[in-house]
Design a protein around this ligand. Structure first.
Ligand SMILES: NC(=O)c1ccc[n+]([C@@H]2O[C@H](COP(=O)([O-])OP(=O)(O)OC[C@H]3O[C@@H](n4cnc5c(N)ncnc54)[C@H](O)[C@@H]3O)[C@@H](O)[C@H]2O)c1
Ligand SMILES: [Zn+2]
Length: 348
């Protein structure tokens, strides 16, 4: 087992290790007094892992109850949040009881936001079962639901008490969901961890404890300096301006990970065209991205991408914060006038 400690508005451990799901009760009992434990999960994950978690919690003195939402982004809704809050209230969960999110980023984001507002905040534990949630959404305290007007528009910064990641659970992930997580793993390498990038090139599995721990450490290092996302945390958005545009243009048919893969390649290609980044690093990125089962070519033109990206950015006025790669492991934030985005992406 590897432990990564995060010191944000509260300090907590991220425990990563094969077989940890069955030790979840013991690990949780180190940071929480045994209490009622609402296990929030989705209908794909529940039949696979809910019983193992519930019995582990029970064995450590917790009183578990499983609450299942439909899988997919639709559960990050006001309606699902309302139903979950009503359930907690009807069942008289108290401020010393806890919510455990067992699943991917959807249940993590919904569960975290619910835990932050129920009785003004109850203890929350993340148990990520997708690679993406293990390396990204379960760490750092961003929680949210979607509104009709857009994704993640209502949420809170709310850190968990504990994160337990058992990579054995990734064995049941559909290949596309696994690849989605790989896009975020590659992202950490490009942002500031050339050694991680090399490990992946050399064939280390993105699902290995050491790779997951390295990603979590990278995220932790950034989050500890900018928990509330007013500065350097934006580095984690590498490739995401373009990715969000691609997701939107495809009406969310293209998955987030595929869009991030295309977005990261697109922005590095532009950086190469502007002579900011060596071409050999772009070639290495393309080949690793393809090796991990992800697309590198974006099906939309730069005009469409820029228009879709800017429709998102009205709130931040005329300037866009772009994460620019100067090479594998070297990225910097840069301010770009919004009306220059298309030209920036276009130059070759
Ligand atoms: N809070 C943050 O910082 C942050 C960061 C990145 C992404 N996110 C959010 O995370 C969400 C995406 O997360 P995700 O990719 O984990 O999606 P997800 O939660 O929808 O999971 C993907 C699919 O895999 C299934 N699944 C999960 N674990 C499984 C397993 N072990 N075996 C078989 N099937 C399994 C789920 O039921 C779902 O169908 C988005 O809503 C995104 O906005 C949040
Ligand atoms: Zn992402």
């Amino acid at each position: 087992m590897v432990t990564v400690t995060v010191q944000a508005s509260n300090t907590y451990d991220v425990r990563i290790g094969s077989g940890l799901l069955t030790q979840a009760g013991t690990l949780a009992a180190k940071v929480l007094s045994p209490c009622r434990a609402l296990i929030l999960t989705d209908d794909h994950v529940a039949p696979l892992y809910a019983d193992a978690l519930a019995s582990s919690l029970q064995g450590a003195g917790f009183i578990p109850e499983v609450y299942v939402v439909p899988h997919g982004e639709g559960s990050k809704s006001l309606c699902a949040l309302g139903a979950l809050l009503e359930h907690l209230a009807e069942q008289h969960y108290s401020r010393t009881d806890a919510l455990f999110a067992l699943g991917g980023g959807v249940v993590g984001d919904l569960g975290g936001f619910c835990a932050s507002v129920y009785l003004r905040g109850i203890p929350f534990v993340q148990i990520p079962t997708t690679l993406l949630s293990a390396v990204d959404s379960s760490v750092g305290g961003k929680t949210a639901i979607n509104l009709d007007a857009g994704k993640n528009l209502a949420g809170a910064f709310y850190q968990p008490r504990l994160v337990i990641c058992d990579p054995d659970t990734f064995a049941t992930l559909p290949p596309e969901a696994f690849a989605d997580g790989c896009a975020e793993v590659i992202k950490y390498g490009v942002i500031n961890d050339a050694a991680l990038f090399r490990m992946l090139q050399d064939g280390t599995s993105p699902a290995s404890e050491q790779v997951i721990a390295r990603c979590v450490q990278n995220k932790r290092n950034i989050v500890e300096q900018d928990e509330f996302d007013t500065g350097m945390r934006q580095l984690l958005n590498l490739g995401h301006t373009v990715a969000h545009a691609i997701e939107k243009l495809s009406h969310f048919e293209i998955s987030h990970g595929s869009a991030v893969a295309m977005g990261t390649v697109t922005i590095m290609r532009a950086a190469v065209a502007h002579r900011l980044c060596p071409k050999s690093d772009l070639d290495a990125l393309i080949s690793l991205t393809q090796k991990l089962g992800l697309p590198t070519e974006c099906p939309y033109g730069t005009a469409e991408i820029a228009a879709a990206a800017l429709s998102d950015k009205k709130r931040s006025g005329d300037t866009l914060t772009l994460v620019l790669p100067y090479g594998i492991g070297v990225c910097q934030l840069c301010q770009l006038p919004a009306n220059k985005l298309q030209a920036f992406l276009e130059s070759r």
